[in-house]
Design a protein around this ligand. Structure first.
Ligand SMILES: CC(C)(COP(=O)(O)OP(=O)(O)OC[C@H]1O[C@@H](n2cnc3c(N)ncnc32)[C@H](O)[C@@H]1OP(=O)(O)O)[C@@H](O)C(=O)NCCC(=O)NCCS
Length: 168
């Protein structure tokens, strides 16, 4: 039952065996986001601006899972299988934490797993001495769940930004 997912979920650090599942979760979760971008840009501009987005997303997740740039990865596990993950970074020099790529498998979204992951990440950051945390997300409709989920765990003070495109 989707509504029961969050309570049954275990949160734990990433293990090497998780990688294939995390890559699958990421691609499934980003399909609607890239479909939104494609609708905004049109197919031709989208093909130029986001070539091989699945490969690029997989490379980003794999890099975080290798701990590159100090990345930590939290995994949400349900019945022995990962259903979500959150990558994050701690800057001990500035005291600023940052949430990176994160997702919950579409089949398990909307049941509180993202909220639980973010709360754990924020707790870890506080324990590590971070003084603030930032996250960047999209302003289009496909990012409405992410914006809501971040707001739900207390993120605010948004600095608006916009990315423009044009063909050359
Ligand atoms: C963002 C994401 C990780 C949230 O995970 P989740 O497990 O679905 O989050 P939760 O179940 O804790 O829901 C958090 C809030 O978002 C809301 N939400 C879910 N889908 C929504 C939608 N389509 N529109 C608006 N709000 C939505 C939930 O209702 C909940 O708020 P509520 O408790 O006030 O109702 C998940 O939606 C996802 O993987 N999205 C695609 C990838 C992505 O955007 N990652 C972040 C990139 S910056």
């Amino acid at each position: 039952m989707p509504g029961e997912d969050a309570g049954a979920v275990t949160l734990r650090p990433y293990r090497d065996a998780d990688l294939p599942d995390l890559l699958d979760i990421a691609i499934a979760a980003w399909e609607p986001i890239r479909a939104s971008f494609r609708a905004i840009l049109g197919p031709d501009l989208f093909a130029v601006a986001f070539p091989d987005w699945r490969g690029e997303k997989r490379r980003q997740i794999a890099s975080a899972c290798r701990g590159e740039h100090g990345a930590r990865v939290l995994v949400a596990e349900l019945h022995g299988r990962p259903v979500g993950f959150a990558s994050y970074y701690l800057d001990h020099h500035t005291g600023i934490g940052q949430i990176g790529n994160n997702a919950v498998h579409p089949g398990h979204q909307g049941s509180g797993i993202g909220t639980r992951m973010y709360k754990r990440v924020l707790a870890d950051m506080r324990q590590a001495g971070m003084r603030c945390v930032k996250v960047t997300t999209g302003g289009d409709d496909s990012h409405a769940p992410a914006r809501r989920a971040y707001q739900k765990v207390g993120f605010g003070c948004p600095i608006p930004s916009v990315t423009y495109f044009r063909e050359l």
